[in-house]
Design a protein around this ligand. Structure first.
Ligand code: NAP
Length: 256
């Protein structure tokens, strides 16, 4: 019996990176999974791995910036497994640029996926959670919430995720629902690899340039974010709500 046995979890952006690692970890701990992503083939690959390991998982195509898609992902969870207990708002994109070069599309694209996507999914998920007086919502923020050059859009979205998290904790607490955020620093995924490429560096060169600024002197792995999300999703965190946990190999707010 795992810590999450009997629970049903919906993870957005579960086709790769932190979302895929989170889906695998929640399944290992006993949860049944809905994996939602624009990239449904990626979700299907992760769902197949989870099923091969003996758990249940369903892949759905979902653009979280669409209200209808977010609602459909929640409906799929309830129709397939009868309930929804855990929501991980993880889907994300980067459209980095210095402010004077940042387009309205760059701004809207990032805000629409991270912040509006989390709003859509949380609003759809709260209904089955409130009905059962139980829920766990975990939002992906970032150390960039504290400000980061070239990321006006992303920093605003990730700071917004923290305000959204605190407000969800306040509004949904009376219904037995907790809401928390995790704020990773540098995690080795396709997202940071794409940033390396944009800067004209190999992923290894980019990581080497960052590690002297990280107290633990290494970048993080997706599994190291997934394990904290699993804790927040479990009853080990039953009295933790409205918090932001930085997963950055050091304290939040150091100059990177
Ligand atoms: P990733 O490897 O780029 O994966 C992101 C996933 O989200 C992809 O599968 C992507 O699908 C999906 N996605 C993008 N737009 C979507 C949409 N509109 N609807 C549904 N799914 C969508 O990123 P990651 O590094 O794992 O990051 C996961 C989360 O952690 C993000 O919120 C990110 O901001 C946050 N985070 C990451 C780091 C880091 O260092 N990696 C640090 C702090 C916070 P496609 O493949 O179709 O694009």
């Amino acid at each position: 019996m795992g810590r999450l046995s009997g629970r049903v979890a919906l993870v957005t952006g579960a086709g790769r990176g932190i979302g895929a690692a989170t889906a695998r970890r929640l399944a290992e701990e006993g949860a049944r999974l809905i994996l939602a992503d624009l990239d449904v083939e990626g979700c299907e690959r992760v769902a197949a791995e989870i099923k091969a390991a003996g758990s249940e998982a369903v892949a759905v195509r979902c653009d979280v910036s669409s209200e209808a898609d977010a609602q459909q992902a929640v409906t799929t969870a309830v129709e397939t497994f009868g309930q929804l207990d855990i929501l991980v708002n993880n889907a994300g994109i980067l459209r980095d640029n210095l402010l004077f070069k940042m387009s309205e599309n760059d701004w809207d694209g990032v805000l629409n996926v991270h912040l509006k996507g989390a709003f859509h999914c949380a609003r759809a998920a709260q209904k089955p959670m409130v009905e059962r007086k139980y829920g766990r919502i975990i939002n992906l923020s970032s150390t960039s919430a504290l400000g980061n050059r070239g990321q006006a859009n992303y920093s605003a979205a990730k700071a917004g995720m923290q305000g959204l998290t605190r407000t969800l904790a306040v509004e949904l607490g009376p219904f037995g629902i907790t809401a928390n955020a995790v704020a990773p620093g540098f995690i080795d995924t396709d997202m940071t690899r794409a940033t390396a490429q944009r800067l004209g560096l190999t992923p290894e060169q980019f990581q080497q340039s960052m590690t002297p600024h990280i107290p633990l002197r290494r970048v993080g792995q997706p599994s190291e974010v997934a394990s904290v999300i699993a804790f927040l999703a479990s009853d080990d965190a039953s009295y933790v709500s409205g918090q932001v946990i930085y997963i950055a190999g050091g304290p939040a707010g150091i100059i990177m």
